[in-house]
Design a protein around this ligand. Structure first.
Ligand code: ATP
Length: 517
């Protein structure tokens, strides 16, 4: 199935099973804004907890805060967002659609990369086992030509972005003959800069109202609280501050479901270090963050690092962890060495001294910062898109059946177990409720007695419940139940009294956290 079709199915599945709904859907929705439903919110909360515990519990020198969304407007002047948080946009005069110029060019490069991939695939089929992909890519003239084309466009684009050369960005679009995906024409406007911050007013009178912004990142809430936390928490450098919270960006090209939203959530950690040690810490955090992702078992080859060619105004090194989404490898998390830029700027604009006296160095300095910044919603998408599996099952009599199963890592699964009476009569329902009421203090449990047991299993598979407990007539005699495993569909008979222990071991976050310790 084409990956586009898979992606559409995942979006439809997320809606059908209460993971994600379009915002204000009864009014036809609001562009790139989404709500998490009854299943989605559980998964989201579990991801947050996995991140938070891995930062704050596992690291003695990382602590957390929860700062306000509204901040003093000067914060955004100091941080550079008022002047430089821009995207280059271009409009197609026929379709009236607006695009990010760099995204149009990147999509064009991706098309060339796809051609290379197709050549490789064809050759692999032709040569069979003896195929040497690296050698083929080094010597095949068509592949070399495509490679040269892609590299040339990429380096022109990077140079134009680095030099803020908007005219050159437009020239690349024209030279590459990029057409509007909607109108199919090449009738483009000039490229202009567009600030991504949402502004609103605080205060009651028009005259006295203060223009404030909805924060476009959570990081600044950490920077302006650096002194508060360092002093009241008696923190010694190196130390980090973690935060999870909403961020808002007026994205021009808001698409790909929850990949790019206008209101989203970030999980960010700023790690304060002595000047000169930042690149060492940058490497360490890159490694730690990759380990955190891989511990989930979604597939090691679905992650890769991508080093930034264009550095943000505040950074001296930056990499993304990219994930293989249904629409290709894209940024999931950023790891940035932000130098002392932010704290120095806040020191300058606020007039307050923001420094640390380092007893080991016997000197005061503005700390340097390594940031790890991950989008909670993108993390959610990485999990649901790799969990979504369609399976054809063959029954004993040779007939077949289909199931959709969400292979969500058990520790993050929205519902950990469902308790199902085989039939409603003979006291089985009451017994099942009793078991569920005992287990609900430990896990998120569901009770379901409607429809056939097969249909109930499918409903739980569709939301990723790792364990289904079936209560049958034998339960009434010997107090045992069957545990049915989501992934293998195997069943096992176990004492009802031992369920809490069996399930805890398999679904606890502790197991995941131990992998990354
Ligand atoms: P992109 O290049 O995709 O626009 P970015 O480099 O601007 O992302 P950062 O400013 O580094 O992103 O933000 C850190 C993280 O926040 C990203 O890695 C991503 O996971 C998440 N994020 C950023 N913008 C959005 C958005 N509009 N919707 C959802 N998540 C986002």
């Amino acid at each position: 199935m084409a990956s586009e079709d898979v992606f559409k199915k995942i979006i439809a599945h997320c809606k059908e099973y209460g993971f994600i709904f379009p915002s204000s859907e009864i009014y036809d929705g609001l562009g790139a804004v989404y709500d998490y439903g009854q299943t989605g919110v559980e998964l989201k909360n579990n991801i947050k907890k996995y991140w938070w515990d891995s930062m704050v519990l596992l690291h003695d020198n990382v602590t957390g805060i929860d700062s306000a969304i509204f901040m003093h407007p000067t914060v955004w002047k100091a941080s550079g967002h008022v002047d430089a948080f821009n995207d280059p946009l271009i409009d197609n005069k026929d379709s009236k659609k607006r695009y990010r110029a760099d995204v149009l060019i990147e999509d064009h490069i991706q098309k060339i990369e796809d051609k290379i991939a197709r050549e490789v695939e064809k050759a692999a089929g032709r040569f069979g086992e003896s195929f040497d992909e690296a050698m083929f890519c080094r010597t095949n003239t068509r592949v070399l030509e495509y490679r040269q084309q892609a590299d040339a466009v990429r380096s022109r684009m990077n140079a134009a972005l680095n030099g803020d050369d908007l005219e050159e960005l437009r020239r690349i679009i024209v030279d590459c003959e990029i057409a509007c995906p909607i109108s199919g024409t090449r009738n483009w406007t000039e490229v202009r800069q567009f600030n991504l911050m949402f502004a609103t007013e605080m205060g009651s009178t028009a005259d006295g109202a203060l223009k404030v912004y909805l924060r476009p990142e959570t990081a600044q809430g950490i920077f302006v609280n650096y002194l508060n936390v360092q002093k009241t928490g008696r923190m010694k450098i190196p130390f980090g501050i973690a935060q999870i919270g909403k961020a808002f960006r007026n994205e021009i090209v808001a698409r790909q479901f929850i990949f790019r939203m206008r209101e989203f959530e970030q999980m960010e950690m700023q790690f304060f270090v002595p000047p000169g040690t930042e690149l060492e810490w940058y490497e360490k955090w890159k490694e730690m963050r990759m380990k955190w992702h891989k511990a989930l078992g979604l597939g090691d080859d679905r992650y890769r690092f991508h080093k930034h060619a264009k550095l943000a105004h505040y950074a001296n090194a930056a990499s993304d962890i990219e994930f293989e989404f249904p629409f290709g490898f894209k940024e999931l998390e950023g790891i940035h060495s932000r130098t002392d830029f932010d704290l120095s700027q806040h020191q300058k604009y606020s007039g307050k001294k923001i420094q640390y006296f380092d007893p080991e160095r016997n000197e005061s300095y503005v700390p340097y910062v390594i940031e790890t910044s991950i989008g909670l919603d993108r993390m959610f998408l990485s999990i649901v898109s790799s969990a979504y599996t369609e399976e054809t099952l063959t029954r004993e009599d040779g007939s077949t059946d289909e199931r959709i199963v969400m292979r969500i890592p058990p520790a993050l699964a929205p519902v950990k177990l469902a308790v199902l009476p085989l039939v409603r009569k003979d006291g089985l329902a009451e017994k099942a409720v009793e078991i569920k009421n005992r287990l609900k203090f430990d896990f998120n449990c569901q009770y379901d007695e409607k429809d056939s047991i097969g249909k109930r299993y499918r409903r739980q598979d569709a939301i990723g419940t790792p364990y289904c407990i079936t209560v049958d007539h034998r339960t009434m005699e010997d107090d045992t139940v069957t545990v049915r495993y989501r992934d293998s569909m195997e069943q096992e008979r176990v004492p009802a009294g031992g369920l809490s222990e069996i399930i805890s071991e398999k679904v606890s976050l502790k197991g995941l956290l131990e992998k990354i310790r």
